[in-house]
Write a protein that binds this ligand. Structure first.
Ligand SMILES: *[C@@H]1O[C@H](CO)[C@@H](O)[C@H](O)[C@H]1NC(C)=O
Ligand SMILES: *[C@@H]1O[C@H](CO)[C@@H](O)[C@H](O)[C@H]1NC(C)=O
Ligand SMILES: *[C@@H]1O[C@H](CO)[C@@H](O)[C@H](O)[C@H]1NC(C)=O
Ligand SMILES: *[C@@H]1O[C@H](CO)[C@@H](O)[C@H](O)[C@H]1NC(C)=O
Length: 484
């Protein structure tokens, strides 16, 4: 592990169940989409905030590796997304990435970023080819042509850089003095308390307060939400200390009850720098977030870190898998996650979609049987009875986890994460497994009608990595329902 940005950050996930984590993930995905559009909405103010270039940017001589860069737009969370996307895409395409002086000015004071900086003279004299990105990784982004490419847009999806997550975490590790300042500040709040738990609160206001209800029919976090969230931590921890960061401190001072003496408004209640706020949040033990890319970054990094399993869970998963191996010499484990339960009803009724059927699973299993010598399929599901009836286990290579009864989601998750490849059906649970396993992933594709309301909040391109293999769902039951 690199000196993680979140070294001290115990995540929000430590207090929720895996199921809730997945809900949070879905929530993040949703917000991500919203944020992307919001940023398009509020483009012009950002462009007005240009910072003069630093006087000593690195001089460079263009080489065969070209010069790729990315626009420097938006606030800190966006800048981080743009940086990480440039980092990943330049690498995939084999070109050298450089950042603009404006981006350097925003990120370098806090993070140990390593990409070299262009001088403003050089920026002006290069015949850039602008390349507009949408907010998810696409196959065509592996083949972007041009020696002098400037990526544009507000990319912030981890589908761009998830495969480089360790490097990205390293790029966003804090400078020592930033860490020290955050720790000093937190230590100062501790006072006479012996056993404190720091809870960072990030309240995003500013332009969102107007844009959210008017354009996106959403609401920004309100008083009641924050009270509930704080109540949760007050009930759970002996001596919680809440550290509020916001770009709307006045609202926070008026709406967050600080009368118990456990609430501190960062920066003396005035707005402070986003980088400093970010560092502060990252050094707290838990986080309450509202909306915006800022929170997404905190959440993404937290989730990755949280999913390093405890040793005893790892051992149990490995023991179980080793037990299935039997006489096989060269076994390949394929985790199969079949999501059923409430989805079986909800999917057709509310979402105009279907869940995975027998034919899908047969196809997916067939793929691995053809490709690997001795595959072993480990089936986990919240509808095991259906699985036993519909998955053909007669070849002796299919195992139903938990003896065919339902087991805990956490245990299932660990089991799947220790397999070599994944067959998922639907749901964020499977998506996370696919990310973590990193092998081949087969997923159920196009399982909703084009007018499904779900597609308004779920963007498949942002969720499934391009190298994953989609098998189209059979939508005919839905059509029959509609016309028959
Ligand atoms: C510190 O507080 C946590 C909960 O906030 C509690 O579980 C733990 O027992 C406390 N430790 C001591 C030494 O009081
Ligand atoms: C909580 O955060 C503080 C400050 O980063 C850290 O020193 C402490 O070890 C953390 N506590 C826990 C239980 O992780
Ligand atoms: C093990 O199986 C894989 C495919 O499943 C195959 O490519 C590889 O050659 C096999 N190794 C041995 C030693 O048989
Ligand atoms: C497959 O998974 C098992 C269990 O986690 C692991 O021991 C093995 O090294 C993996 N094989 C490959 C080829 O990654």
């Amino acid at each position: 592990m690199p000196p993680l940005l979140l070294g001290a950050m115990k995540s929000l996930i430590s207090w929720v169940s895996v199921r809730q984590v997945l809900l949070i993930f879905l929530y993040l995905l949703t917000i991500l989409g919203i944020t992307f559009f919001l940023q398009l909405q509020s483009q012009s103010p950002h462009q007005g905030q240009r910072i003069p270039s630093p006087s000593d940017p690195q001089q460079l001589s263009p080489t065969d590796q070209g010069i790729w860069t990315v626009n420097s737009a938006g606030r800190l969370g966006n800048q981080m997304g743009e940086y990480a996307t440039l980092y990943a895409l330049a690498k995939i395409n084999g070109y050298q990435a450089y950042i603009l002086p404006e981006m350097h000015q925003q990120l370098a004071p806090f993070f140990r970023i390593t990409l070299p900086v262009l001088s403003s003279d050089v920026v002006q004299n290069i015949p850039w080819k602008d390349y507009e990105l949408h907010d998810w990784m696409s196959e065509e982004y592996r083949h972007i042509e041009g020696k002098y490419v400037r990526l544009t847009g507000y990319p912030c999806s981890w589908t761009f850089y998830h495969h480089l997550r360790q490097e990205i975490l390293q790029e966003f590790s804090f400078h020592d003095q930033v860490k020290e300042e955050a720790n000093r500040y937190l230590a100062g709040l501790r006072g006479q308390h012996q056993n404190v738990t720091y809870v960072g609160i990030h309240v995003r206001r500013g332009d969102y307060v107007q844009v959210m209800p008017q354009v996106w029919k959403g609401v920004v976090a309100d008083k009641a939400y924050l009270e509930k969230a704080m109540g949760y931590f007050r009930a759970k921890y002996q001596e919680p200390i809440f550290v509020v960061t916001s770009n709307g401190m006045e609202w926070c001072r008026e709406n967050i009850d600080a009368s118990r003496g456990d609430v501190y408004f960062s920066g003396d209640g005035k707005e402070s720098s986003p980088g400093r706020d970010f560092a502060l949040l990252a050094h707290c033990n838990h986080t309450i977030m509202t909306i915006g890319t800022f929170g997404i970054w905190a959440g993404y990094l937290e989730i990755l870190q949280e999913f390093s399993f405890h040793d005893h869970i790892k051992e149990e998963a490995n023991r179980y898998l080793a037990g299935l191996r039997g006489q096989r010499r060269n076994v390949t484990y394929v985790g199969v996650h079949v999501r059923r339960g409430d989805y079986v009803q909800e999917m057709p009724m509310f979402w105009k979609g279907v869940v995975a059927d027998k034919a899908y699973l047969e196809k997916a299993i067939g793929y691995f049987r053809a490709k690997y010598q001795e595959p072993v399929f480990v089936v986990t599901s919240n509808g095991m009875e259906w699985c036993r009836e519909n998955i053909d286990a007669s070849r002796g290579d299919v195992y139903f986890s938990g003896d065919g009864k339902e087991s805990s989601p956490g245990r299932d998750f660990a089991l799947l994460a220790h397999c070599n490849h994944t067959i998922m059906t639907i749901g964020t649970f499977g998506i996370w497994v696919g990310y973590l396993v990193g092998g081949e992933t087969i997923y159920l594709a196009n399982y909703m009608l084009p007018d499904s309301p779900f597609l308004k909040i779920f963007k498949p391109e942002a969720a499934f990595l391009p190298e994953w293999i989609g098998i189209n769902a059979d939508l005919s039951p839905l059509w029959r329902g509609r016309f028959g």
